[in-house]
Design a protein. Structure first.
Lengths: 189, 200
């Protein structure tokens, strides 16, 4: 019994010191990490809405309760809304894919960016290539986009990456979620 | 044991990857590029060095019965510190290594050195052992990562080596490629070592 208490106290001493050291390290690094994340986020969405000068986070319940939608920013220039960026997290082949879509006020997709992904290297991770993402640019938000394995041409079709249909479909899901959000909520704001 | 012997042992004759086959999870999982491998090796070396020092200093206060939980607490502390520092100052590396940084905690190389060396040896010896094993681990990862990156992406340290006509062998960048490259490199390493082992 005495032995058990002694062991427990020794272990307690080790974990207490460890906890203290970790707390101190966290104090030093946390600020830097937070700052960087915010900066990266603003940079990513600013690239999608080059016209906008200020960004406001829209924390409307009607927006955030929708499927796949994570975060929506409204981009403004001289107090007028020029567009929206929508962060969505559809499911890909290797987990969630974080897709940010930039939409102008007149319902045109201005750009798509992949903020985070864990798709197969060499196949699915090609969704981050501009060559692929540029297909979404200039599409209208009115019609649902469809991923195709080749053949069909038309306004609503996006050519999937060979060997990575699931990853391509995930990106399209994300863009579609943003598109639908714009059509159903943001447009009439 | 002389210090230079301890160092060379970790580096070559007891190389953690090619001879002892320890810590296979990061060896196979994050060696798809030379850069990732190098940083994974360095992160592991930092943790190994830290845990070896602390454990050899405190070995008198660690009761045998609860040594394993204490080793793990010490290792986990260093791993968490390394993770936080990487996230704050090297975000790109942190993003690439991802889940494999916290998983350094269960890298059996570190626990093996704590158990079989640091808890029985002087602090100076443990530092040398940590450096030898850590650098041996890093070099092994770097070689493996370089081979896989060159074959799997056609680049070395993100610099394209071949023209546009080169079709990379994607399999080398994926998990099976890790097994293939590791097996071949291990064979090569052991062939070279077995010739020279008598000279030491």
């Amino acid at each position: 019994m005495k032995d058990m208490l002694k062991m427990g106290l020794i272990l307690l001493a080790f974990t207490a010191v460890s906890g203290m050291i970790l707390g101190l390290t966290n104090d030093v690094t946390q600020g830097i990490i937070q700052e960087r994340l915010e900066e990266e986020n603003i940079q990513a969405i600013a690239g999608l809405l080059p016209e906008a000068e200020d960004f406001n986070n829209l924390e409307d319940e009607a927006i955030l309760q929708r499927d796949l939608i994570v975060e929506v920013y409204e981009g403004q220039k001289e107090d007028e809304t020029v567009g929206y960026t929508v962060r969505a997290n559809p499911i890909g082949y290797g987990g969630r894919v974080v897709v940010i879509t930039g939409i102008s006020v007149d319902g045109e997709i201005l750009g798509v960016e992949i903020a985070a992904q864990s798709e197969t290297p060499g196949l699915g991770d090609k969704i981050t290539d501009n060559e692929y993402l540029d297909q979404y640019v200039g599409k209208s938000t009115e019609e649902e986009l469809v991923t195709t394995k080749g053949g069909e041409t038309g306004e609503k079709y996006i050519n999937a990456i060979t060997g990575a249909t699931v990853s391509s479909e995930a990106v399209t899901d994300g863009v579609n979620a943003a598109r639908a959000l714009y059509e159903e909520v943001l447009k009439s704001r | 044991m002389k210090l230079n012997r301890i160092f060379i042992k970790g580096l070559l004759f007891d190389n953690p990857v090619f001879i002892q086959l320890l810590g296979m999870c990061p060896v196979l999982a994050v060696t798809n590029t030379a850069e990732n491998s190098l940083f994974m090796g360095m992160a592991t070396t930092a943790v190994l060095l830290g845990s070896n020092i602390v454990i050899s200093l405190l070995k008198k206060f660690i009761p045998t019965k609860i040594r394993i939980p204490i080793f793990i607490v010490v290792i986990a502390t260093f791993v968490t510190i390394v993770g936080m520092v990487l996230n704050a100052y090297f975000p790109a590396i942190h993003a690439n290594l991802g889940i494999f940084i916290p998983l350094i905690v269960v890298n059996c190389l570190i626990l093996a050195r704590a158990e079989s060396f640091a808890s029985k040896s002087s602090t100076v010896g443990s530092v040398v052992d940590g450096l030898g094993m850590g650098i041996g681990f890093t070099i092994a990862l770097f070689v493996l990562g370089s081979v896989r990156e060159v074959l799997g992406y056609g680049t070395f340290y993100n610099i394209a080596l071949f023209g546009d006509g080169f079709q990379p062998a994607t399999i080398m960048a994926m998990p099976p490629g890790a097994f293939l490259a590791l097996g071949l490199l291990m064979g090569l390493f052991n062939k070279i070592i077995s010739k020279n082992v008598n000279e030491l």
